[in-house]
Write a protein that binds this ligand. Structure first.
Ligand SMILES: [Zn+2]
Length: 566
C-alpha cells in the first residue's frame, strides 16, 4: 500500500536525518561479533589506524603510536604531548592533552576552571582494543565532528600505557594475530602496582599525570577472556570501602546508568557492571564483581584512584570476539563517557572537592579523640536482583586445516538468554574498621615507605625536634602468608594497644592526616590492610630485623591522636 507523507512528517523526517548524522542513533542491538557497517567513518589512508589499514588483523606498535601522535600534531592546534616516563627498555610513553584552546601546563588547566579527564589504554597489552579506540576517539575530536567534546573539559589520553609490554610480540589465535605481553619488561603486572609502586610506569603516572593534573576521572581500558556473559563491555568503579563514598557512589548511581543507556541508544551495544556469573549453575544465580577478579582492594589503579576522593572507571570488553568488535565496544564506551563528562564534569568536580573538604574536616574534628574510624577490609553485598544476558555455552575449537582456535559456531553467538532473578553483588561494604589517627609517625630508617607515600602525592614532613605522642600501636604476634591472585601476600596477626607518652626523636617522618589524601595514607600505613605495604611483603625484612619470629614486635608506624613538642 502506498502512503503519501504529509508535509509536517517530511519536515520531521528531515530534522531527524540531519541530527542523526551526529548522534548515530541505532535501532537494534549488535550481539556476538557484529558491528554496524562503516561505524568508523571514512578516513583517508594517512589518518587511518593500523587495525583499519589491516582489516583488523594487526595492532599498533609503540613506534606506530608515536607516528600516529605525530600525524595528529601536524593536523590540529589542540594537542600538547608530554613524556609520562621512559621505560626500562628506553621507550617513551607519551600522553596527549587535548583542549580548546590548547593548553600546555597544569597551571593553565587550573585557570581554565575545566575538569581534567584521564583516559588510559593498554596497561595490559593483550587487551589492545582500548589503545586502538583511544586513537580513533582522538581523531574524531581533533579532525572529525567531535570537537565540541573539548567545550567543557580537558582530556588527557594515554593510548599505550605499557610500552614495553606492547612490543613483546607473540602470535595469538583470532584477531589481532600478534599481541604484546600482559606484564612490563620486568615481568610486573602494572595493574597490581598502584599501592606498592615498584614500577617505572606507575611512578611516572603518579608523578606526571595524577599529582600534576589531578584528573577528576581516571579511566582504564581492559578485556576479559572467554567469558559467558552477553555484554559487549562491562564497567566497574572504585569499590574500596575506605575511599570517600561521595565520588564512588556518584559513579555507580549517576554516571553508569546514563552512559549505559547512551551506549545502547547510540551504538546498539548492551553493557553492564564488570562481573561474571556463577558458571556451575544454569540459569545463573549471582552476578558478582569478585567472580570477575574485581575486588575491594586498592592494588588496581582505578581502585586506588578512589582513595584520592576522585572518580574512576575500569572497563573490560569480552576477550573472545574479533578485534574489530572489541575496538567498537571500547570506542562506544569512551565516546559516550566523554559526552557525559562534557555535560557533567563541573558537577563531578564539585563532588570531588566536597569530598576533599569532608576528609580534612573529619580529621580535624574527630581524630584527636580517637573517634574517627575507616575500613581496612571490604566485601560485596547485593544491590538486589537483576536480569542479565548470558550464554549457556562458549567453547573454543580448532579451525579445520589450521592450528588456530576460534569460537565454536553455535556457542556464544546471536542474542544471549536473558536470565532473571540474579543477585547483583557489586555494592562495596566495609567489614572491618580501624581508628583513623591524627597522624602517623614513621621511623627514619623506613625512608623507602616514605618515598612511596611521596610519589603518591601524600605530604610527609620530618620532625625538627623530639615529640611526645599519645595514640595506639599494633603488637604483631606473628605473620601469616596468604596466596591470592598469583601473589604470596603477608597478613599480620596481633592487636592494637593504647600507648601514652611515647617519645620520638628529631628526624622521624610524620604524616599529618589533615590533608585530602588522608584515606590513601590510611590505606598504605594501616597494619591490617591486606594489600598495602605490609600485604605486599615490603616490610618483612624490617620485621625480621627487629625480632619477629623470636618474639612479638611493635609495628613500626605509630598512630598518634595527640602530639606535643618535648
Ligand atoms: Zn586487564
Amino acid at each position: 500500500m502506498k502512503r503519501i507523507l504529509s508535509l509536517p512528517v517530511i519536515i520531521l523526517l528531515i530534522l531527524f536525518i540531519s541530527s542523526s548524522a551526529n548522534s548515530q542513533t541505532v535501532d537494534r542491538i549488535y550481539w556476538g561479533a557484529d558491528v554496524p557497517e562503516g561505524w568508523n567513518g571514512k578516513w583517508e589512508k594517512k589518518y587511518q589506524t593500523v587495525p583499519e589499514k589491516t582489516e583488523y588483523n594487526r595492532t599498533t606498535s609503540s613506534f606506530q603510536v608515536h607516528e600516529y601522535i605525530n600525524m595528529l600534531k601536524w593536523n590540529s592546534e589542540n594537542v600538547h604531548v608530554f613524556n609520562m616516563y621512559t621505560s626500562p627498555l628506553r621507550k617513551v610513553c607519551s600522553a596527549l592533552v587535548l583542549s580548546e584552546p590548547r593548553i600546555t601546563s597544569p597551571e593553565q588547566a587550573e585557570r581554565s576552571g575545566k575538569p581534567v579527564i584521564y583516559i588510559q589504554g593498554n596497561i595490559h597489552p593483550p587487551e589492545a582494543e582500548g589503545k586502538e579506540a583511544i586513537l580513533m576517539v582522538m581523531r574524531d575530536i581533533l579532525l572529525g565532528d567531535k570537537k565540541y567534546l573539548l567545550d567543557n573539559q580537558i582530556i588527557i589520553f594515554c593510548p599505550n600505557f605499557n610500552v614495553d609490554g606492547n612490543d613483546t610480540w607473540r602470535t595469538r589465535d583470532g584477531t589481532p594475530n600478534m599481541i604484546g605481553s600482559r606484564t612490563n619488561s620486568g615481568d610486573f603486572d602494572l595493574n597490581r602496582d598502584a599501592i606498592k609502586l615498584e614500577t617505572t610506569e606507575l611512578k611516572g603516572l603518579y608523578r606526571t599525570v595524577i599529582n600534576r593534573w589531578d584528573p577528576v576521572l581516571f579511566f582504564d581500558a581492559h578485556a576479559m577472556g572467554r567469558v559467558k556473559h552477553g555484554y559487549a563491555i562491562c564497567y566497574a568503579g572504585c569499590t574500596v570501602p575506605a575511599a570517600h563514598p561521595g565520588p564512588r557512589e556518584y559513579i555507580y548511581k549517576d554516571l553508569f546508568p546514563d552512559v549505559r543507556n547512551a551506549v545502547r541508544d547510540n551504538f546498539g551495544l548492551e553493557t553492564f557492571t564488570h562481573c561474571l556469573h556463577d558458571e556451575d549453575n544454569w540459569p545463573p544465580t549471582v552476578w558478582s564483581h569478585e567472580n570477575a577478579y574485581w575486588s575491594t582492594e586498592a592494588k588496581f589503579a582505578a581502585n586506588a584512584y578512589g582513595l584520592r576522593n576522585r572518580m574512576s572507571i575500569l572497563v573490560e570488553t569480552a576477550g573472545y570476539p574479533p578485534f574489530e568488535r572489541k575496538i567498537y565496544a571500547q570506542y562506544a564506551y569512551i565516546t559516550e563517557l566523554l559526552e557525559y563528562t562534557n555535560k557533567h564534569g563541573k558537577e563531578m568536580l564539585e563532588i570531588c572537592e566536597a569530598a576533599d573538604e569532608d576528609v580534612v574536616k573529619n580529621i580535624r574534628e574527630k581524630a584527636s579523640s580517637g573517634d574517627l574510624t575507616n575500613f581496612v577490609e571490604g566485601d560485596y553485598e547485593s544491590y538486589g536482583k537483576v536480569n542479565i544476558y548470558a550464554y549457556n555455552r562458549n567453547e573454543a575449537e580448532y579451525i579445520p586445516g589450521t592450528s588456530v582456535q576460534r569460537t565454536k559456531p553455535g556457542t556464544a553467538d546471536g542474542e544471549p538468554e536473558l536470565c532473571s532473578g540474579v543477585e547483583h553483588l557489586t555494592k562495596a561494604v566495609g567489614i572491618k574498621e580501624a581508628i583513623v589517627p591524627a597522624g602517623y609517625l614513621i621511623p627514619a630508617e623506613l625512608d623507602f615507605i616514605v618515598e612511596k607515600l611521596r610519589i603518591q602525592g601524600i605530604n610527609v614532613d620530618v620532625l625538627d625536634s623530639p615529640v611526645t605522642a599519645h595514640g595506639e600501636e599494633f603488637v604483631i604476634d606473628g605473620i601469616r602468608k596468604r596466596w591470592r591472585d598469583r601473589y604470596n601476600m603477608t597478613i599480620l596477626e596481633g592487636n592494637f594497644v593504647r600507648s601514652e607518652g611515647k617519645t620520638f626523636p628529631a628526624g622521624t617522618y610524620r604524616v599529618d592526616m589533615a590533608q585530602p589524601l588522608a584515606n590513601l595514607a590510611f590505606y598504605g600505613l594501616e597494619p591490617e590492610v591486606k594489600d598495602n605495604f605490609t600485604g605486599w611483603n615490603i616490610l618483612n625484612d624490617y620485621f625480621e630485623k627487629i625480632g619477629l619470629g623470636k618474639r612479638s614486635i611493635i609495628y613500626p608506624v605509630f598512630k598518634y591522636f595527640q602530639i606535643e613538642k618535648r
